[in-house]
Design a protein around this ligand. Sequence first.
Ligand code: 13P
Ligand code: SF4
Length: 302
Amino acid sequence: MAGIIDEINELKKEKDAVILAHYYVNDDVQAIADYVGDSYYLAKVATTLKESTIVFAGVKFMGESAKILNPNKTVLMPDANADCPMAHMAQVERIEEIRAEYEDVAVVCYINSTAELKMHSDVCVTSSNAMKIVKALPNKNIFFIPDENLGRYIASKVPEKNFIFNDGYCHVHKAVKAEGIKAAKAAVGDAEVLIHPECTLDALELADYIGSTSGIIDYATNSDKKKFIISTELGVLYQLKKNNPDKEFYSAGSVQICPNMKKVTLEKIRDCLRDGTGVVEVSEEKRTRSLTPLQRMLELAE
Ligand code: 13P
Ligand code: SF4
């Protein structure tokens, strides 16, 4: 293991590169990353880096967002096939229909989306800032794409707006079932349920805390409780256990593994750095048009 880590560190120096990793990637990748975080943190931190190359240990929409925000940097994806299926689960034609139907509408696009969808949207959000941003928008009507579950959760917290939903979902979070959480609670005893808002509303109803991956990690770290049922992708366990060696973490029973996030390996990070492969390209038209909603997110989330 030391061999490949040394190789990566050498290549980072040689190529003036920095490694960003999402909490869902493999433990060994999180361990060597320069910055580890949730989608919002990683998008924001990508705009502050001095290095000329960003290696994005995550899925395609993350690398693409980093490139859109930092056109002069080289962004490398260790596995170009690591893509989020939900990112494709909305249609531009539907956005146009909604715009024609509603006069006062904002198209709010979860960052887990293609650049194509972003460029037809008014503002991007992540799970950690969606509520704040939706509340701040002047529009009465909100077309929330692509994630229906996150949209419904935000709608339940912002009743003054009229939401139109889209039928996209994250297969990892949709697989977390209310029955699984109840069974885990019964088996574990006095545990708090921490859940990501990409889960369905019936599962969210069982939560002690609902939030992004960073929110879940911070909540468990600051809590006096000792046992937690984790209802999100289990990559978060790496940071949870590191921060809280005396606490116990349990899954909610389903297979809480994102196969795309797990495609990123140390070997692929080494290879993309060494060979300059996995370069993220976004056409200039797409980049400039999708930059506006991403920048608006960064401004409104502050
Ligand atoms: P956050 O990083 O915002 O918690 O989102 C989770 C996710 O599904 C990323 O793909
Ligand atoms: Fe997409 Fe879900 Fe995987 Fe996140 S966990 S990348 S939303 S499939």
